[in-house]
Design a protein around this ligand. Structure first.
Ligand SMILES: [Zn+2]
Length: 96
């Protein structure tokens, strides 16, 4: 195979991976897609490059929420528990 898309071992080159990534979903070049579907080595390389991409790593690492927001949520939970206890006491009170 004398093609810029395949290296000496017959696997996809970085340029071929770029062509696949640039193609719209379902419209990758047929010969590249066929090789990718049948080659474990190229599938592993594709998965490794996808999980190591900086945009995904940045998306996975979100900053922690501010402390005041956590305090508001905890206070709201305490208020809801108090309301539930008051309602329970009201509903179980014996009639006068
Ligand atoms: Zn391959």
């Amino acid at each position: 195979m004398v093609s810029p898309d395949f290296d000496a071992q017959g696997c996809l080159t970085a340029e071929a991976f770029a062509r696949i990534a640039a193609a719209p979903p379902g419209r990758a070049p047929a010969e590249l897609a066929a090789h990718l579907a049948s080659c474990v080595r190229c599938q592993r390389r594709l998965l490794a490059s996808a999980s190591a991409s900086p945009s995904r790593a940045a998306a996975a690492r979100r900053p922690p929420p501010p402390v005041w927001r956590t305090a508001v949520v905890v206070a709201a939970c305490v208020v809801l528990v108090v309301i539930a206890l008051i309602l329970l006491r009201t509903l179980t009170a014996s009639p006068l």
